[in-house]
Ligand binder design. Sequence first.
Ligand code: 3HC
Ligand code: NAI
Length: 699
Amino acid sequence: MSVVSLSRQDEIGIITVDNPPVNALSHAVREGIVSCLAEANADDAIRAIVLQCAGRTFIAGADITEFGKPMKEPYLPDVVNELADSPKLTFAAIHGTALGGGFEIAMGCHYRIALRSAKVGLPEVKLGLLPGAGGTQRLPRLIGVPDALRLIVSGQPISARHAGELGAIDRTVADNLLEGAIEFAHDLVATQAPPRKVSARVIEAEEFDDDFYDEFRRSIARKARGYFAPERIIRAVRAAAELPFGEGLERERDLFLECMASTESKALRYQFFAERQAARIPDVPHDIPVRPVERVAVIGAGTMGGGIAMNFASLGIPVQIVDVDEAAIGKGLAIVRKNYERGVKKGRMTADQLEQVMGLFEPVTDYAQLSDADLVIEAVFENMALKKEIFGKLDAACKPGAILATNTSTLDVDEIAAATGRPQDVIGLHFFSPANIMRLLEIVRGKETSGEVLQTCIRLAKKIRKVGVVSGVCYGFIGNRMLAGYHREAWMMILEGAKVEQVDKALFDFGMPMGPLAVSDLAGIDVGARIREERRAAGNWPDDERFGLIPDRLYRLGRYGQKTGAGFYRYEEGSRTPAPDPEVAALIAEEAGRLGIEQRDISDEEIVSRCVYPLINEGARILEEGIALRASDIDVVWVNGYGFPPYRGGPMFYADTVGVARVYETICRYRDTLDRGHGYWEPAPLLEKLARKGGQFTG
Ligand code: 3HC
Ligand code: NAI
């Protein structure tokens, strides 16, 4: 069956795109639109043409799977131009989301009508691109330069109502979209309205001078740091204001192709598919029946428990909250309320909605009350004996088929599962802090976790708007396990002569949101110190005095980071801005002297490779051991949980862009030249294998 068809209702031709799941503009769709348009234009009985889509959404954009391959005619900009040049009136009838090329198609039409529930937007920037089918030229003509710039650079869709107010949508209807579109078309045909081409509009360019664009650049500088596409978008939109339409389109095309060829775009497109791929588990059918999750319980109303519970309540799912006593629950719920109040202040919810959502929390101190819960997530102190005791109690109290999850960050999920008589129903759900905000959810599959439970949790992740990645059981799972080498090298290099602020700046410039030492100050030097104490006590820490030495000394000095006004840095009263502290520099120099470490200049390049390459090496081990199913899963973890720059695709994709052989050689050099290199820098066998055969982790 053809993905595009033409039908007729009275004098109106109706072109219907039907290309599930999201009506992407594949070659067949582009060809279909052009041929149906030609047929409609040739049909004397047709006076106007409505373009609509079947299924759940209007066209969601160009077909991203075709990117990077040779493009086949008709090209998308030409399809849009043909709709604009049609001698008969063209109408776009929008439901769901008209995104990217989909919105560009709509802007090519002479008129746009949308369901009130619809959204429109140009999200190309999220793929490292700019709208390449006239979007940068038509949108400013429709809604003005400032709003167009904001919309295209943010990539965020807006509601049809908002788009209507701005001037991008002509009419909205509550329902019966096609009827509404046909009526709209009849109305205009009756008045003999001529085709209305967006390209004919002229922008008054004078008010948009260099200062205007520079001011805009400043306003996005923080978010756009390190990105390539936003600046190209600014240039394309400026061309819309300053050049005739045809020349503007050419400029857009050149800038689009520049973006398409960038590593940033390759990385972001890779991430788009990686996130979706992460939901597929080779030995678990994608369509396996999942268990309903309509009632949730959270054990532990602390930092994590409260945030975890919010994810469910925000979706209208009732959540029981358990803690040691009512006072502890009250304390936890007060923080939850404060978080929601922030949402009210920002206009994200009303005061009534806040009360409604708070009404979904049920304080519970008796486990017998958990008998109806479909899913229980435990988030008590990180202590194996305590967790086992709680899972024993849950086993006794919960109904058969309830999913029992732990939010542990380090403990053995299999050992916890063994405390129950139903290990197949036990799983790790490792949220990241703040759990109501961070997008990543590591889904830890125990050796007995059933496929059904796993698939239920994968679906659940999407439902609560997280990106779920499945990890096997090991210390630290995927993300935190890799983090160890990253911090180790930062600590080693400050002993070897790099300045604290230099280490952080080099990694910030690489694209991390903050350097590792500033992050420690934010998270609390005491938190890390306690983890190291426990690991040393358990014999789970290398016998190397240097490893963790500086943060441990800071800890003993009571320098816990931002909360005490001093850590790796100094903080003025009430400020979060780190200032280099000569006392810390002196302390480091003293320790280096004591240990006989000769301090030297360390280049920024060395800082980056010594911190980032251990991620790659550990990532390779995680792959070999089957802890992660694929390299792209590791990248999804690092981009969404640790702020690894999305435009670098994640550590494994980054390794491929640097060249696996080069990473391997550098790691071997560090192994052979650095103190204890033969312990810390042994290359993973998989890294070596790929380097030798010229292979890649991804792609
Ligand atoms: N091309 C190809 N496949 C696409 C696609 C696209 N533009 N958009 C979505 N898909 C696929 C997904 O990969 C997924 O496939 P899978 O089921 O095999 O994993 C399937 O469609 C469903 O997607 P989601 O799981 O994301 O479904 P949701 O309902 O959660 O979201 C959506 C729907 C909001 C449309 C979301 O998919 C989305 O944001 N898509 C991308 C939109 C986009 O970026 N458009 C711009 C493209 S670039 C462009 O148009 C360039 C032009 O200017 C020249
Ligand atoms: P927290 O100390 O803030 O909260 C723990 C809560 O558990 C407290 O409210 C405490 O009263 C309650 N609790 C203790 N014993 C209990 C019992 N027997 N029954 C019911 N409640 C009990 O701790 P946090 O930070 O929320 O951590 C919880 C879990 O989440 C730990 O396993 C931790 O490793 C994990 N985690 C923590 C992250 C973080 O950044 N804080 C990130 C990811 C996971």
